[in-house]
Design a binder for this molecule. Structure first.
Ligand code: AMP
Ligand code: MG
Length: 401
């Protein structure tokens, strides 16, 4: 069941988008809603903008008065943001106006202050003007009642700003899915324990908890299962009480890689159990007890990469949001790269802007166990299966870390 990267991602997308039941909802303060998924459509409570708004400091005029190359008008008052001009313009008149102020009745354009010359109440204009200049018309951004945000959208800063602009202080969002995290391995010991020389401190659960949180889930760390079926079984039983299960380690072909055998006992369907990527080849995706599970390879960099590529979009979709495939940047390669044919590779790199171009410099690292190497990187260069040699300066795709 070896799948290409693209096919594997398409399978995850298909399974998650066919998954029909949306999560339950809750109403929370908008100030706590960053990153959450909206569970209701939101409409404008009034026209946006609510009046014809000036976008420049200058003079509000009637464009019909300014059809000659030069004209002079009489200034009859001032319109400020928050302090509208009371009254209306007659022909031959103008009103001094500030950015953000309502355009007075009788005016249909704003001329920038820089294009005028004032002498007492007489204001000289040096050019022709068309109706609508420097004005955002009432209701042109949205009409009252028009939908401005959709159910299923993730609330980032701009969406929260938009919610505030239509008077929301509380908002209805989907509950975060509970994600069980299970680490496996006889050699793995809890972070707060002093390991023996042959033991490894648990680090994947810490990494995964942070990833789950930032992808919109609630992590539930179930601890470390030894490479032994009965304990793994009882931890998985607990895991399937959550909305999704993410395991790390124990999915390769070794004699003590027991994760697949044990999930199979729960009646699992396996959608794939290896992907032509490095790191991360033994990745497993399936469903058991009505819950999706991912078995991530235990090497920390593999855990990270497979989470970002596959689990993160899946979790966001399960949380009621859109399935967003990873998005690549384009960068020029700062060093030559060679690799064997057949795998899509993700190579830790430092990406930065040099002039107008992004440049990716692979960091020194010792393979998929090297978390310290990963910490030096802020992205991954993507090498496709047929790209066995990439020269300096070639354009490559980059996954941001
Ligand atoms: P596995 O996928 O079980 O074959 O593990 C691959 C490598 O990752 C081994 O060197 C493990 O010691 C290491 N590893 C597995 N799980 C963890 C974990 N939770 N934290 C740190 N390292 C791990
Ligand atoms: Mg193991």
């Amino acid at each position: 069941m070896l799948k290409s990267f693209e096919d594997a991602l398409a399978i995850v997308r298909e399974k998650l988008t066919a998954h029909e039941s949306p999560p339950p909802q809750e109403v929370i303060p908008c100030r706590e809603a960053a990153g959450r998924i909206l569970s209701e459509d939101v409409g404008a409570d009034r026209d946006i903008p609510p009046f014809n708004r000036a976008t420049r400091d200058g003079y509000a005029v009637h464009s019909g008065d300014l059809k000659a190359a030069e004209s002079t008008l009489e200034c009859i008052g001032e319109a400020r943001a928050g302090k509208p001009f009371q009254g209306a313009l007659e022909p031959g008149q103008c009103v001094e106006i500030m950015t953000g102020a309502p355009v007075p009745t009788g005016a249909d354009a704003v001329v920038m202050i820089e294009e005028t010359e004032a002498d007492g109440r007489r204001v000289k204009f040096h050019r022709r003007v068309v109706a609508g200049e420097n004005i955002v018309a009432c209701g042109s951004e949205a009409r009252r009642g028009e939908r401005i945000l959709r159910r299923g959208q993730r609330l980032g800063s701009s969406e929260l700003g938009l919610l505030a602009s239509v008077g929301y202080t509380r908002v209805s969002v989907f509950r975060r899915p509970l994600v069980a995290i299970i680490s496996t391995g006889d050699e793995v010991v809890a972070t707060d324990r002093q390991p023996e020389w042959f033991q490894i401190r648990e680090s994947n659960a810490a990494l995964l908890a942070a990833e789950v949180q930032s992808a919109g889930g609630l992590p539930r760390d179930l601890g470390i299962a030894p490479d032994e079926k009965s304990v793994l079984r009882s931890m998985m039983e607990q895991g399937f009480q959550s909305d999704m299960v993410v395991l790390s380690g124990g999915v390769s072909a070794g004699k003590y890689d027991l994760v697949k055998d044990v999930v199979a006992e729960f009646g699992a369907e396996f959608f794939f159990d290896s992907v032509a990527i490095r790191p991360g080849k033994p990745l497993v995706f399936g469903r058991a007890q009505g819950k999706f599970f991912f078995g991530l390879p235990g090497n920390p960099v593999s855990t990270f990469v497979t989470f970002r590529l596959f689990v993160r979009p899946a979790l966001q979709a399960l949380a009621g949001g859109p399935f967003e495939s990873p998005v690549w940047l384009r960068a020029r390669l700062a060093r030559e790269l060679r690799q064997k044919e057949g795998l899509t590779r993700f190579i830790p790199a430092q990406v930065e802007m040099r002039g107008r171009e992004a440049v990716a410099e692979p960091v020194p690292w010792r393979g998929s166990g090297d978390l310290a190497g990963l910490a030096l990187a802020n992205g991954f260069v993507v090498c496709y299966p047929e790209q066995t040699e990439l020269s300096v300066g070639s354009w490559v795709n980059v996954l941001k870390k």
